[in-house]
Design a protein around this ligand. Structure first.
Ligand code: NCD
Length: 322
């Protein structure tokens, strides 16, 4: 039988975090409860010993500043240390032809958990299967998933809307290649009566398989290709960038680079007083910077901060069990 990461089922200690599918709403509640406490630790200016003596390896085969920084800050906020490996394909034995499995087996000897980002979907699962002693956390595997991004996105939605069910959202941009989209749709499907309007050009729609899979999980999907069809007063907007690195042709990329932009005009026409405007970042032009000072925009404020609290909580739960 092929390797499947274990369901959390209320017990985080030692578990790999590969996919959102491992979580239940109860697990998410446990995590969010602790994340709330982490908020206090993060800004109290005192050293924490939650991860004292612990080492987390951050191995990133793809560029990252946010997720890498967020995990690094989370470990350090809790008194732990990190081994930072950026671009191992250039700077480590990977450049000599070492397999991913060997890299993981070596680094697990040095640390208590490994956070991995890789350009190929499914790699986090392979890493989790290879590791014998420490948990693996998926920080983005190609167009596959980005579970910790979704956990912080759900935390932010819950914080602002007070619930994770009965929501109407708009997700826009590169739905075909965006792993944050794929994980967030999984997450929203755990809760009842969520409807998501999927705004993208034809070429960047969810794949047929993903559309079927997410619809069958229970989230109602409505595909639209024009911002005129955005429903008024949605609870959240989740904009994403066109994923340049997944394109074979730069010409195609240029054509599809910024299909939909959040402008003052669009916000005035379609957003409600309580619509929150989210983005996993980096943005490359799909949100006009004039929106940044709008109190409904959370992408440079609470969404980023919440990422650290949620990752602090997750690391504490999988390394310490509490
Ligand atoms: C996202 C990613 O890497 O998938 N960024 C992130 O982790 N915050 C989104 C993106 O790169 O577009």
């Amino acid at each position: 039988m092929s390797f499947e990461p274990q369901k959390i089922n209320g017990k985080f200690k030692g578990k790999d975090i590969v996919s959102l599918d491992q979580f239940s709403p109860k697990d998410i509640d446990i995590l969010f409860g602790l994340a709330k406490k982490m908020q206090k630790i993060a800004y109290n200016g005192k050293p924490s010993d939650v991860l004292k003596g612990k080492i987390v390896t951050l191995i990133f085969y793809e560029p990252s500043s946010r997720t890498f920084g967020s995990f690094g800050a989370s470990v350090k906020q809790l008194g732990g240390q990190t081994i930072d490996i950026l671009n191992p394909q250039v700077f480590s034995s990977v450049s000599k032809g070492e397999t991913l499995e060997d890299t993981i087996r070596v680094f697990e000897a040095y640390c208590d958990a490994i956070v991995i980002r890789h350009p190929v979907a499914g790699t986090a699962k392979i890493a989790a299967e290879a590791a014998k002693f420490v948990p693996i956390i998926n920080a983005g595997d190609g167009i596959g998933e980005h579970p910790t991004q979704t956990l912080l996105d759900l935390y932010t939605i819950q914080e602002k809307e007070g619930k994770l069910n009965n929501l109407t959202g708009v997700m826009a941009g590169d739905l075909l290649n965006g792993r944050t989209i794929h994980s967030l749709l999984r997450g929203l499907s755990f809760y009842k009566k969520n409807t998501v309007y999927l705004l993208s050009p034809k070429e960047l729609k969810l794949s047929k398989d993903d559309y079927k899979k997410f619809s069958s999980l229970g989230v109602k999907l409505v595909e639209i290709e024009n911002d005129k069809d955005i429903p008024k007063n949605a609870d959240f907007w989740y904009w994403t960038r066109t994923q340049k690195e997944r394109f074979k042709s730069i010409k195609d990329y240029e054509r599809l680079k910024t299909p939909f932009v959040v402008t003052k005009d669009l916000v005035a026409r379609k957003a409600g007083k309580k619509t929150i405007i989210m983005h996993p970042l980096p943005r490359i032009g799909e949100i006009d910077p004039v929106i940044d000072s709008d109190p409904r925009a959370v992408y440079l404020s609470s969404q980023v901060r919440n990422g650290m609290y949620v990752r602090m909580a997750l690391l504490s739960l999988i390394i310490n069990g509490k």
